[in-house]
Design a protein around this ligand. Structure first.
Ligand code: NAD
Ligand code: UDP
Ligand code: UDP
Length: 326
């Protein structure tokens, strides 16, 4: 198809969100044409405002729970609210976005014989009994709790991706993304990095849920996007067979307690904020660290940006979006 034009046309769903907007910048930089489909539930037009006049970029307000007919060569399916506050706001819509969204995007990929990437999540491992988590671990997930709309929605999406792969020979790429941070995170999304930086910059108390001894491993957005593209660009198999489908863990294996993160944010912002303890939310995983051996060997990739360097860039971004005078 489209031998007259060597450029790739790429659909990014959820492209007006945090990760999507960075991905689109990278794709445009390397010469692709990009269609962004987003219903602006958690994303904003301001995340892609600087791209709106770009000749190879097109924004489309669209909800992925409805069918979409466009002509593209590759699809990155990122549409889904990602922070607990946002995905628990309308949990039924969250599951629909993951499941109906996956069905529609897979149907589109099937019609076009297009390669399709799924932004899955470390939440498929739930509150893990195995540490760090390799891709072979099946997870420990509550099917009926407040996080289930997201966790089980993403698990079902993975099931659909692998069934379209087996049943229809689709070339799928399923990435399990671990906590990622950076500029254009939503300032009020309740995620730990944005919360702590906003609290520190505003001189408010820093809210540690539980005792702050739970752990997470934080990946800077630029490192993550590099891995997305390397994974998507792995060649197809012999004789038109699909290439490596994943799932593959993408994240930074350096693990920190939430208390350490809070202390580092206070240090880097020079804030006078105090740490205060708040109840731990239900089903909050106690520890999380990706085993990225597979990404190291398949993608020749590992994160290069240390937490301190990434936090400095993120703090600079939040300072730039704070109302002046605060
Ligand atoms: P985000 O909320 O900033 O972006 C999600 C985007 O999807 C938003 O622009 C939102 O408006 C859009 N969206 C939501 N529902 C939609 C729908 N029904 N139709 C069309 N668009 C819709 O979140 P993010 O951090 O950029 O996450 C992007 C993807 O990566 C999500 O699928 C998320 O589950 C996954 N992920 C992110 C992280 C992380 O740490 N940021 C970790 C694991 C997985
Ligand atoms: N779909 C879409 N765009 C397309 C092709 C399909 O949005 O270009 C949707 C379509 O609405 C369908 C879904 O994808 O509900 C799944 O498509 P598939 O061909 O797998 O199943 P079927 O059409 O048989 O239900
Ligand atoms: N957290 C916290 N204070 C906050 C926000 C989050 O202590 O103000 C904790 C939260 O309980 C969890 C960790 O930080 O243990 C990461 O939370 P986030 O919502 O960012 O991501 P997830 O739980 O999905 O990994």
């Amino acid at each position: 198809m489209r031998q007259y034009n060597p450029r790739k046309r790429i659909l990014v769903t959820g492209g007006a969100g945090f990760l999507g907007s960075h991905l689109i910048e990278r794709l445009l930089d390397r010469g692709d044409e990009v269609v962004c489909a987003d219903n602006l539930f958690t994303g904003t037009k301001s995340n892609v405002e600087h791209l709106l006049t770009h000749p190879r970029f097109e924004f489309m307000r669209h909800d992925v729970t409805f069918p979409l007919y466009v002509e593209v060569d590759q699809i990155y399916n990122l549409a889904c609210p990602a922070s607990p506050i946002h995905y628990q706001h309308d949990p039924v819509q969250t599951t629909k976005t993951s499941v109906h969204g996956a069905i529609n995007m897979l149907g589109l990929a099937k019609r076009l014989r297009a390669r399709i990437f799924q932004a899955s999540t470390s939440e498929v491992y739930g509150d893990p009994a195995v540490h760090p988590q390799p891709e072979s671990y099946w997870g420990s997930v509550n099917p009926i709790g407040p996080r289930s709309c997201y966790d089980e929605g993403k698990r079902c999406a993975e099931t659909l991706f692998f069934d379209y792969h087996r049943q229809h020979g689709l070339d799928i790429r399923v990435a399990r993304i671990f906590n990622t941070y950076g500029p254009r995170m939503h300032p009020n999304d309740g995620r730990v990095v944005s919360n702590f930086i906003m609290q520190a910059l505003n001189g408010e108390d820093i809210t540690l849920y539980g005792d702050g001894q739970q752990t997470r491993s934080f990946c800077f957005v630029d490192d993550l996007i590099e891995a997305f593209i390397r994974f998507m660009d792995l060649p197809a198999g012999e004789n038109g067979q699909p290439g490596f489908p994943g799932p593959i863990n993408l994240g930074n294996p350096r693990e920190f307690t939430i208390r350490q993160l809070a202390e580092q944010v206070i240090d880097l912002t020079g804030s006078k904020s105090k740490l205060v303890l708040r109840p731990l939310p239900a089903d909050d995983p106690k520890q999380r660290q990706p085993d990225i051996s597979l990404a190291r060997s398949m993608l020749n990739w590992e994160p290069a940006i240390a937490l301190e360097a990434g936090l400095k860039k993120t703090i600079a971004y939040f300072e730039s979006v704070l109302p002046s005078g605060s």
